[in-house]
Write a protein that binds this ligand. Structure first.
Ligand code: DX5
Length: 221
């Protein structure tokens, strides 16, 4: 099982500090991008700031992006161009999911590294809403909390959604984000999640390296 740290940062310093703290122990990180509109919280910087800072860190790991923004279409091109491994946009943030899927696909044709296409769903959104799109995408991010902040409690309705998605389209990679910790991780993996995304369970732990290692040892039952 793979653990992907969520990098939720208020400023450049926090972004650098968190990214550097986990980079030696993981294959990739997930950038949390919040616009203060789709979710009440706002993360730091412009996209150019984020990409430039990431590149200057010169790390040998990948990144994916979790766009908690309205009008995600305006951010797609820059992240595809700059090598994001995967982009998640929120189903709730757009009236035209297919347009965004096609935008990632079309941008992929222009750049060497192909970016995976992902949809994120909030706790209140049922799998039936995204069912028509599953055949066009690679991944789903099932949220265990309403996005906006770290440190909220995991909502168990996510577990049934993971199973439903796997029944409908077994090929889809499922990430689970929000409220994931060492206590509930096994149950989430056993429901069928392919990887877990976490922030507070990692960054508020006493020993980041040891915590990530403990997560990585967990397997589905
Ligand atoms: C939801 C964000 C999550 C969040 C996870 O607001 O998308 O990635 O940072 O934080 P924890 O793991 O603390 O719930």
């Amino acid at each position: 099982m793979e653990l992907v740290p969520a990098i939720l940062a208020k400023n450049r310093e926090e972004f650098i500090e968190k990214t550097k703290a986990v980079a030696p122990y993981v294959k990739r990180v997930q950038f949390d991008i919040m616009d203060g509109i789709f979710v009440p919280n706002k993360t730091w910087g412009t996209m150019v700031d984020i990409i430039r800072t990431w590149r200057n860190l010169n790390l040998k790991i990948d990144y994916e992006v979790h766009l908690m923004v309205l009008r995600p279409e305006i951010l797609i091109k820059i992240f595809v161009k700059h090598g994001a491994e995967r982009i998640f946009f929120h189903f709730e943030a757009t009236k035209k999911p297919q347009t965004i899927i096609d935008l990632i696909k079309n941008n992929n044709k222009r750049f060497k590294k192909k970016c995976k296409i992902g949809i994120a769903i909030n706790p209140g959104t049922g799998v039936e809403s995204i069912e028509p799109y599953l055949k066009f995408i690679d991944s789903v991010l099932v949220m265990g909390v309403n996005p906006g902040w770290s440190g909220q409690e995991f909502q168990k309705t996510a577990l049934e959604k993971i199973k439903q998605i796997k029944r409908l389209e077994p090929r889809i990679e499922i990430g689970v984000d929000g409220g994931v910790n060492l206590k509930n991780a096994k149950e989430i993996l056993s429901a069928g999640a392919d990887y877990l995304v976490a922030a507070s369970a990692i960054f508020e732990s006493k020993d980041i390296k040891e915590t990530i290692e403990q997560f990585n040892l967990l397997e589905a039952e």
